[in-house]
Design a binder for this molecule. Structure first.
Ligand SMILES: Nc1ncnc2c1ncn2[C@@H]1O[C@H](COP(=O)(O)OP(=O)(O)OP(=O)(O)O)[C@@H](O)[C@H]1O
Ligand SMILES: [Mg+2]
Length: 443
């Protein structure tokens, strides 16, 4: 019900006719008036007692209904009004206005800082835009973090300083961590337009945002998260290749995926990277020969190919002699091609590393990894190595297993956000059993 639009701006020079307390008074007055008139009318009707009782009951019911309608109407408006009043309060108490005395000595507000606000009730998102107009408040409105946070009783999620306004983002609905459920049947997702739900309000689609980086110290939850992603890739009928130079969790999956798809030694890793590259070039060739303007791989009937490269740092450290160093150079060159050319052909890479040093992957290539995640506690240099300029200024401590920071290119967020990876309860969720729904055991 949208009868009239409320001005979603707080400005002390304006007079606001509708306020939440006035609305409350109006609501109760209407109800009181309705009760009085209804019952006065009924009491004055000449009718048998039983009919009057019936009319009273009917009247009571009617009033209940009217009250219900009014209440929901008022609650809808109240969200906006209370927000505006909190912002006016902030402007007032922080003296974000300038007064001037008129001829009769009456002090009047002549200028005020202006706070615009937007409310998305579905997401529970409040966006406050403090306008920067070059007036005396322009500096102050860029640092309202704690003041706004206190007035709204919410934690500041993100702050973006733009040329003509500063954005403050708050959420009053806490995003929820995804909890993995086991299935008895395989799920097939045909359309690549359907995003992968990463939980905590994050949806990921490799077509819009190709390639993934997962970094984090030992025990931070990299393998758990990669296992989850692997299942999501398989549901989308992707071909998955695994390179696990440390030959740990992922390497042991060769039993299910087949040796052709899983590599643990440098030579084998180099072989699967070559294999992926061959398919990439074949796809390019095919798409050139069957050229359709603007068409991507899926419109040519191709499914995604994912190369999961665990512990890239360990792989690079393994090169000790001349021969193995050559292999590493060749593999890294292949990875570079996949990162730079893969998107069009639907060939993607997921890289995991304990530390994302510039020697592991130079920053230009890193910036081409669309989804970047840092799990577990990290130093601010650690975050900077993963997120670069998207490192948030204020970082929350990481206290939950599998939690960290996430940055997704094109998501509209300027900096990395706090995030908790899908929760995998091993007593409830059997990864291998789940995997077997998608992979028929080889040999
Ligand atoms: N998403 C999650 N849900 C539930 N538990 C988790 C999750 N992520 C991590 N854990 C817990 O943390 C432990 C370590 O996680 P994991 O093996 O994924 O870490 P890792 O980063 O791969 O470590 P390493 O670098 O040593 O391989 C798991 O055994 C599990 O108990
Ligand atoms: Mg691991």
């Amino acid at each position: 019900m949208k009868l009239f639009k409320i001005r979603t701006v707080a400005d002390l020079t304006k007079n606001y006719i509708i306020t939440s307390s006035k609305l409350k008074v109006a609501h109760f007055s209407i109800i009181a008036l309705t009760i009085c008139t209804t019952f006065a009318i009924i009491a004055n009707i000449r009718a048998p007692v039983f009919l009057q009782i019936l009319l009273f009951l009917l009247g009571g019911f009617l009033i209940y209904k009217i009250n219900f309608k009014l209440k929901s109407f008022r609650y809808n408006l109240d969200f906006y009004l209370i927000l505006r009043e909190s912002l006016l309060y902030v402007l007032h108490t922080n003296r974000l206005y300038t007064t001037s005395k008129d001829s009769s000595g009456y002090e009047k507000i002549i200028r005020s800082a202006i706070l615009e606000y937007e409310l998305d009730r579905q997401k529970g998102h409040v966006l406050i835009k403090a306008l920067i107009t070059g007036d005396e408040f322009s500096k102050k409105v860029q640092s309202l973090d704690s003041v706004l946070s206190g007035a709204l009783g919410l934690e500041l999620e993100e702050k973006i300083i733009r040329p003509s306004f500063t954005e403050y983002h708050f959420y009053y609905i806490k995003p929820e961590r995804l909890v993995l459920q086991s299935h008895n049947q395989r799920q097939e997702i045909d359309s690549l337009d359907i995003d992968i739900d990463l939980g905590y309000g994050v949806n990921y689609n490799p077509i819009k945002c190709p390639n993934i980086l997962v970094s984090g110290g030992t025990g931070s939850g990299k393998s758990f998260f990669i296992s989850f992603l692997m299942l999501e890739f398989l549901k989308r009928q992707s071909t998955v290749y695994i390179a696990d130079p440390k030959n740990s969790d992922l390497g042991s999956l060769s039993y299910y995926f087949g040796e052709e798809y899983v590599a643990t030694t440098p030579n084998n890793i180099s072989r699967i990277v070559r294999q992926v590259l061959e398919q990439l070039h074949e796809r390019y060739q095919y798409m050139r020969e069957n050229f359709q303007y603007g068409a991507n791989f899926s419109e040519h009937g191709f499914k995604p190919i994912w190369l999961i490269f665990d512990e890239m740092g360990a792989f690079q450290a393994s090169g000790t002699d001349k021969k193995s160093k050559e292999v590493i150079v060749e593999v890294m060159d292949g990875i570079k091609q996949i990162i730079l050319l893969g998107r069009q052909a639907g060939v993607f890479i997921l890289i995991s590393a304990q530390q994302m040093r510039a020697e592991t992957l130079n920053t230009d290539l890193r910036d081409n990894l669309g989804l970047r995640i840092a799990l577990g506690a990290n130093s601010s240099e650690g975050y900077r190595m993963v997120f670069g300029s998207a490192t948030p200024d204020k970082l929350k401590p990481i206290e939950v297993k599998g939690a960290g920071y996430l940055y997704m290119q094109g998501s509209g967020k300027e900096t990395a956000q706090y995030w908790e990876s899908p929760y995998l309860d091993t007593t409830q969720f059997d990864f291998i059993k789940e995997l077997q729904l998608y992979i028929t055991k080889l040999k």
